[in-house]
Design a protein around this ligand. Structure first.
Ligand code: S3P
Length: 169
């Protein structure tokens, strides 16, 4: 069994993943990093050359190549297909890091690394705000089915750590 961290861009999957990894003593597999390693391309390069569909195909293959007993940090869109969702459900425990849209907007608007996220890098503030609200609503159709919903930043991370300690991997 793996633990899969899911949630929208900017919800903090990577930094929460690091903290969980040391608290639970589990190795992390980050799907965005693995996609870049396996292709030798950055995410914007993949979107440019292969389109979003090409990127989704690669990240789906990467998901299936991750060994057992890993803490898996997933890209924000990875969980949002029935095939990937079912795969994760069958192979582990899914956590949704739930962050409210206004908080995501503030974080993504001021993110220095925004150019690394091709879906939002060209949006102005109003477009970004609309995009977050619309996409979050669509994607929550998947995210909300997670085994555990962690409300960030309101909930203390120790709550999630204690919960995950009870999961038999
Ligand atoms: C995406 C999120 C990104 C990355 C790609 C697409 C998305 O990962 O996989 O840019 O569709 O939400 P993060 O959630 O780590 O930003």
């Amino acid at each position: 069994m793996n633990i899969y961290l899911t949630g929208f861009m900017g919800c903090g999957k990577s930094s929460i993943g690091k903290e969980l990894s040391s608290a639970l003593n589990m190795a992390v597999s980050d799907t965005d990093a693995l996609v870049q390693e396996s292709t030798g391309m950055s995410i914007p390069e993949i979107f440019n050359q292969k389109g979003e569909a090409g990127f989704r195909k690669i990240e789906s293959e990467i998901l299936r190549s991750i060994p057992d007993k890993r803490l898996v940090v997933t890209g924000g869109g990875l969980a949002c297909s029935e095939d990937n969702w079912n795969y994760m459900k069958q192979n582990g425990y899914i956590v949704y890091i739930k962050v409210a849209a206004p908080v995501l907007f503030e974080r993504l608007r001021t993110d220095e690394n925004r150019q690394k996220r091709p879906l939002i890098c060209k949006l102005n503030d109003k477009e970004l705000n609309d995009y977050i609200r619309q996409m979050l609503e669509q994607r929550e159709y998947f995210y909300r089915r997670a085994d555990y919903v962690f409300q960030s930043p309101e909930q203390n991370l120790n709550i999630l750590i204690e919960k995950l300690k009870t999961i038999r991997l």
